[in-house]
Design a protein around this ligand. Structure first.
Ligand SMILES: Cc1cc2nc3c(=O)[nH]c(=O)nc-3n(C[C@H](O)[C@H](O)[C@H](O)COP(=O)(O)O)c2cc1C
Length: 178
């Protein structure tokens, strides 16, 4: 398969997840990975599978991502696709599935594009990367939601086995289609 992996990321963690998935899929497929940009026109028809990952900031997806899926809705709908959301709420077991995560629900509500595969991954907390304002807001949210508040800690909540399974499901998807 020829696979396109697109990402919408602010601090780079979604890029890391996309790189992991790309590396796995490269064992059997031709994979291209690039950030979502509304400048370049993508020729969707040359790809057999399109994967999009997007992270959450202050309760929402980035505008560029929402604009992209809206403007390319019919092309995406015609293609075989997967989507995954990256957010910190997903660190909680009870909010870690596509049926319970609020940002997956939000995606379904906002998006006319309905991917073949949907997943959610918990993100990363790295206070050292945030400016004064963001650091304090996130810290306050963590305090309220019983998360880590030590600003010298970097915590990656991502379950890499789950990421592996997601990549595997895309690999298998192709095998089923054959
Ligand atoms: C300023 C800021 C706001 C955030 N807001 C939310 C939020 O509202 N809900 C949530 O679940 N995660 C939130 N997060 C956590 C991010 O989704 C998480 O850190 C993710 O790994 C970021 O991915 P990225 O590096 O690809 O942008 C926020 C993080 C930052 C830095």
């Amino acid at each position: 398969m020829k696979i396109l992996v697109l990402y919408s990321s602010t601090d780079g963690h979604t890029v890391k997840i996309c790189s992991y998935i790309s590396k796995k899929l490269q064992q059997n497929h031709l994979v291209e990975m690039t950030k979502i940009s509304n400048d370049d026109k993508i020729n969707f028809s040359i790809y057999d599978f399109i994967i999009i990952g997007a992270s959450i900031r202050y309760g929402t997806y980035r505008k560029i991502f929402l604009k992209f899926i809206n403007e390319n809705y019919s092309e995406l709908q015609k293609s075989t696709t997967a989507f995954f959301s990256v957010n910190i709420v997903a660190r909680k077991k009870e909010k870690n599935s596509i049926n319970t995560n609020p940002y997956v629900k939000k995606f379904y509500k906002l998006s006319k594009w309905k991917p073949n595969v949907v997943e959610v991954f918990a993100g990363k907390l790295d206070y050292s990367k945030y400016n004064f304002f963001n650091k304090n807001i996130i810290r306050l949210i963590m305090l309220i939601t019983k998360g880590p508040t030590r600003t010298d800690e970097v915590i990656e909540f991502t379950d890499w086995n789950k990421v592996e399974k997601f990549a595997q499901s895309i690999d298998n998807f192709q095998l089923m289609k054959k």
